[in-house]
Write a protein that binds this ligand. Structure first.
Ligand code: ATP
Ligand code: MG
Length: 433
């Protein structure tokens, strides 16, 4: 397989004869010259068929080719700045592997529901191809950052007996004679256990939330990266998040110039958004800002999607909103030492209205305060015994955060709905394909 040609490598093969194994994306004729747009998973390339220069068989087969038929095409690569990808093939021979039936997705506008019903085929479209390659590069960059910065990977369980975030959005399943198991909403609580063994840890995996809202930012299954650090307060926690986001966005942009061009995403703008120090405002300031923009909001209420958009419009960097009212945040967040009505926490809001991408906080170390919050929230106390143990044996100040992969992909790609940021999206009204 090593010597096999892939379209992505075309610049290295100018003047050489190669074979493309792929699919027909499109075709058109111009008198005696015929054009095929081929794709092989690594890129798109035009193949040109000219009478007398290619075999007669190839010209005959051209007529039969339908969109998405699979072919093996051989010919010579040459630079052609006007062609897709900047290189084209002057085709010599053509072999058909499979003639595709009438393909449901045409090069025209289709409605989102139709496309989602055909997600298994829609994945082949150029934009979707580009988005999932950006996702791949982002995930790689995240893992690279964690390794380079001394975070140890801890794979946290998906089936759990304890609750992570809020009981309202839990998926439940029967679990033998142990009663009910819940699908993980986050791996955070388990990461907290692991810092006492490894100091700096992260997890990366699918998380599940039975979100009843049909927003463009919520899936019921999404991928999350959690990080947790010992001897770290809420401010250092924000510093880490800022460094992390700056690094992964830069690296992804570096790795995906072609993909971002296909998506018509301004890569320079994206990089400039993360280069400068991120804005940091308190929850109190955020509420004042929203009120000054005539947004209807009261101190104490959560900052939802529409409010996040208004806040992000005020800055050209990501914005931390920190120290929210305790009432609207999770039980494990540390109480503000002077203003006990607040938690030491932060949400990171992406620029341009892409919404919250990270939730983070310092964790409560005081076992009595934790227990009181667990009771207040009516969480099953017996399931948290192991978590409370962590406060009994060498407890330290510690903080962490969780990044939503799909929301970050949506921001980097500049797409309006996160359903396109994951190969097979799961939403309340969609379980197939
Ligand atoms: P929101 O208020 O937008 O529902 P959240 O406060 O519930 O978010 P966290 O519990 O802090 O979110 O989760 C950490 C990150 O996971 C979020 O910042 C976001 O990027 C992502 N996230 C949370 N819920 C979802 C979801 N249903 N679909 C996709 N990503 C999500
Ligand atoms: Mg939520």
């Amino acid at each position: 397989m090593k010597d096999r040609f892939y379209i992505r490598d075309a610049p290295e093969y100018a003047g050489e004869s190669v074979t493309v194994r792929g699919w027909v994306y499109n075709k058109r004729s111009h008198g005696k010259v015929k054009f095929l747009i081929l794709r092989d998973g690594t890129g798109f390339m035009q193949a040109v068929l000219v009478e007398g220069e290619c075999t007669d068989e190839a010209l005959d087969l051209f007529g039969d080719l339908t969109q998405e038929s699979s072919v093996i095409a051989s010919g010579t690569i040459r630079k052609e700045p006007r062609a897709i990808g900047g290189y084209e093939m002057s085709l010599d021979t053509l072999e058909v592997v499979h003639i595709a039936e009438d393909y449901p997705i045409q090069p025209k506008e289709h409605g989102p529901e139709f496309l989602l019903d055909n997600r298994h085929l829609w994945l082949r479209s150029r934009r979707q191809w580009a988005i999932l390659r950006v996702r791949d590069a982002l995930v790689f960059s995240i893992r690279e950052y964690m390794r380079e910065n001394g975070f140890v990977l801890i794979d946290t369980p998906i089936l759990t007996g304890s609750i992570g975030e809020e009981s309202g959005t839990l998926f439940k399943t029967e679990y033998f004679d142990q009663g009910v198991a819940y699908l993980a909403q986050t791996g955070q609580l388990y990461l907290e256990a692991a810092i006492f063994s490894h100091n700096k840890v992260f997890d990366f995996g699918p998380t599940f939330r039975a979100e009843k809202s049909k927003t463009r930012r919520h899936l019921t299954e999404f991928w999350m990266v959690d990080a947790e650090v010992a001897f770290c307060d809420n401010y250092e926690n924000m510093d880490i998040q800022e460094d992390f986001i700056r690094a992964i966005v830069r690296k992804t942009v570096e790795r995906c110039p072609e993909e971002l061009e296909i998506l018509e995403r301004d890569a320079e703008k994206l990089v400039s958004e993360v280069e400068r120090p991120f804005a940091r405002i308190t929850y109190d300031e955020a509420i004042e800002l929203l009120k000054s923009k005539d947004f209807k909001v009261e101190w104490g209420s959560d900052i939802g999607g529409a409010a996040e958009t208004i806040i992000s419009e005020n800055y050209d960097t990501p914005v931390f909103v920190y120290n929210y009212p305790k009432k609207i945040k999770a039980f494990y967040m540390k109480e503000h030492p002077e203003r006990t009505e607040l938690s030491l926490c932060s949400d990171l809001i992406a620029p341009e209205g892409y919404g919250e991408i990270i939730g983070g906080s310092q964790r409560e170390e005081d076992i009595d305060k934790l227990l009181a919050r667990i009771r207040e929230e009516k969480l099953p106390e017996e399931a948290y015994g192991w978590y409370l143990d962590l406060r009994k044996f060498g407890s330290v100040p510690h903080s962490g955060f969780g990044l939503g992969v799909e929301r970050t992909v949506a921001w980097v790609c500049g797409i309006g709905h996160i359903r396109e940021a994951i190969p097979f999206p799961r939403m309340i009204y969609r379980l197939n394909p």
